[in-house]
Design a protein around this ligand. Sequence first.
Ligand code: ADP
Ligand code: ADP
Length: 215
Amino acid sequence: MRELTKKYGGTRAVDRLTFTVEPGHVTGFLGPNGAGKSTTMRVLLGLDAPTSGEALVNGRRYTSLRRPLHEVGALLDANALHPGRSAYNHLLGLALTNGIGPTRVAEVLERVGLAGVARKKAGGFSLGMKQRLGIAAALLGDPGVLMFDEPVNGLDPDGVRWIRDLMRSLAAEGRTVLLSSHLMSEMALTADRIVIVGRGRLIVESAMKDLTDAY
Ligand code: ADP
Ligand code: ADP
């Protein structure tokens, strides 16, 4: 992000935000509700246009029509599911429109622990299972860059731990992981770099260790 600004009418959701997210790390994107985290991710994904400034992923500006699944995956909103569609069919639709085969669908369902319920309708899934399905969609193209918007919201302790382990293993595989949350306690356990925002502005960009050592 370089001097990224996004206005909605009179609201500056993101205000001249500049920061960089590196591969091989979990970068925590921390801030209270309304701080501009989701908006930043939406602009990075090309789902919203910046008002000014730049938001590049892999040096490129994505649009909703042109965002290769093998480059970037995201979990934005677990409720954006078709309740009557099975877990498998959710992923298969997305796979086929992106030139990805059914073997990969089975692989990601396995990785997120949903292989056993692949044929069950997503409408009957718990929040944790819906999160896993959303994460499976994000992983489908085996992308180097991943963004997760508040993935632990509403999860039980096992679900939170599972997400934490997954984030770390994705970073250990050399991927770029951007993880938003409003919970500092969660960030301290999961992220090794941190970007803190408030009212759309950058407050701190730091290695997590430097921040926790200081307090
Ligand atoms: P966060 O993800 O940190 O909770 P958001 O990016 O969702 O923050 O929101 C930042 C600000 O932008 C908030 O004041 C929010 O109300 C506003 N906002 C977000 N999306 C829209 C929209 N589509 N239309 C109008 N205002 C919006
Ligand atoms: P539809 O609404 O037609 O089923 P989607 O909204 O699922 O289509 O997908 C539209 C495009 O958005 C896809 O071609 C893909 O590039 C992108 N996309 C969908 N889900 C993800 C995801 N989890 N991560 C990254 N990109 C995605």
